[in-house]
Design a protein around this ligand. Structure first.
Ligand SMILES: [Zn+2]
Length: 77
């Protein structure tokens, strides 16, 4: 038993409004994605900036590059 499905035809106003809503929605999505990426980036950066204790003077220092072998602070270098 099949009934004929009537598809409502949107008025142009509704169509424009829907487009605007979609644009606004995608803008919000873009913004959220951007904030998310920034959060990940700063987390990764923070991970890279894990304090390293200097082997010579014992002072803790941070470095942006991944320095597993370099355990001497800039003052002792
Ligand atoms: Zn040092």
């Amino acid at each position: 038993m099949k009934n004929e499905i009537e598809i409502p035809i949107l008025k142009e106003e509704d169509f424009v409004a829907a487009n605007l809503r979609r644009d606004k929605y995608s803008q919000i999505r873009d913004l959220q994605a951007q904030e998310f990426n920034t959060a990940i980036a700063s987390r990764l950066l923070a991970k890279d900036k894990t304090p390293v204790k200097c082997e010579k003077c014992g002072k803790e220092f941070t470095t942006e590059i991944n320095t597993k072998d370099l355990k001497v602070c800039p003052d002792c270098r």
